[in-house]
Design a binder for this molecule. Structure first.
Ligand code: KG4
Ligand code: ZN
Length: 357
């Protein structure tokens, strides 16, 4: 069989935060993956400590790669392309995965693709639900980013930001509010769990930037976080018990309300019919339920990856690599640098020369 007739088998490497992920994707299909998390090592600090994360990636890289190969039932020699997160993320953490990916690509003599982490979140959905439509609105809600994107071909076309957050990312707000409520790190899942027992209407927390005249697709979550902090302080000062479940549920409801309202507004304003919600916060059960309800009412198709593909993983990076390979994109140089604060303009990072962003 000629080289070109052989389907690409793409290894994806993710190390931008506290998850070490390796995934293997071929022609849009997830063959297998391995995932290790250093979250428990950061818990006592209340957030990710970059140096600890980097060391954990180093320890986890080889065993997690082995797990992914075994899960996929392929040998290292079967890999035809390597894709790695080259940004954004914690610099020390991104470096470890990127260096591992370069070493593997060099040793196997196969092409390397630098991938934008957030394009990975979007591509994760294709592993569960097939190719994205020709045009869609993608809401990215992660620990570091919150954006409403107008996306055409995820890997061929420039990605248009309709709106971003002015301050905290949605996941960051979950993490900070969890800390305020003494729920620990990581905050999103902890808030979700606490909120199950709470009344989402118990407290009326602010929904920022929803007034007429406000930027329609721009978010701000710092006021919401401050409102929660003030509520907790007031109760504590009065010597009253803090109703953690009610506050968690009411906070969650306020955040979800704004996220869904603005992204559905974008779908309708652009005359589109699909909303895709991705990133760690897309694992939130209330967000999934409220988005489904409102999309059904509006006749909009909602796509959200399964929970396990919402938070960081290597499969999503392999999915972008696989799309890039099949689109005919040229590989990145083995000399590419990590870009810890890269804004999402295109799926490949650095952007290929001549890419009109
Ligand atoms: O996408 P991700 O795994 O990493 C980044 O790229 O940042 O997102 C992590 C974020 C964290 O802020 C975490 O608290 C949040 O996603 N998260 C959740 C849930 N699971 C994770 N937020 C709300 N509800 C959840 N169930
Ligand atoms: Zn992420």
């Amino acid at each position: 069989m000629s080289q070109s007739a052989r389907p690409a088998v793409v290894l994806g490497v993710e190390s931008s935060c506290d998850e070490t992920g390796f995934g293997i994707v071929s022609e849009g299909r997830l063959l297998g993956q391995g995932l290790a998390s250093s979250a428990a090592q950061h818990a006592e600090f209340g957030g990710v400590v970059p140096e600890i994360a980097a060391r954990a990636h180093l320890d986890a890289a080889a065993p997690t790669l082995r797990l992914a190969l075994a899960d996929a039932g392929v040998e290292l020699g079967d890999i035809t392309h390597v894709a790695a997160t080259s940004g954004p993320g914690l610099a020390t953490a991104v470096h470890v995965g990127l260096a591992a990916a370069k070493s593997i690509a060099w040793a196997l003599d196969v092409p390397l693709y630098g991938v934008h982490h957030l394009a990975g979140h979007a591509a994760a959905d294709t592993l569960a639900h097939g190719p994205l439509p020709e045009e869609s609105i993608i809401l990215i809600v992660s620990g570091g980013h919150t954006s409403i994107l107008h996306v055409r071909d995820l890997v061929r076309d420039p990605i248009e930001h309709l709106g971003d957050t002015l301050d905290d990312a949605a996941g960051e707000a979950f993490d900070k509010v969890a800390r305020l409520l003494g729920l620990g790190y990581p905050g999103g899942p902890a808030i979700s769990r606490a909120a199950l027992e709470g009344d989402p209407a118990a407290f009326s927390f602010p929904r920022a930037m929803l007034r007429p005249g406000d930027a329609p697709y721009t978010f701000s979550f710092s006021g919401l976080k401050t409102a929660v902090a003030r509520t907790v302080e007031t109760l504590e000062r009065a010597g009253e018990p803090v109703p953690v479940a009610d506050i968690a549920a009411s906070f969650e409801q306020a955040a979800v309300d704004v996220l869904v309202t603005k992204s559905l507004r974008a779908v309708q304003a652009k005359g589109l019919s699909t909303l895709v919600i991705v990133g760690g916060v897309a694992a939130n059960a209330r967000l999934r339920a409220v988005a489904q309800e409102r999309c059904d009412a509006a006749g909009v198709e909602l796509r959200i990856p399964p929970m396990s593909l919402c938070t960081d993983n290597g499969a999503m990076i392999a999915a972008v690599g696989d799309l890039l390979v099949r689109s005919g994109a040229g590989p990145s140089s083995l000399g590419i640098a990590a870009d810890p604060s890269a804004v999402l303009h295109g799926a490949q990072l650095p952007l290929p020369e001549g890419f009109a962003a």
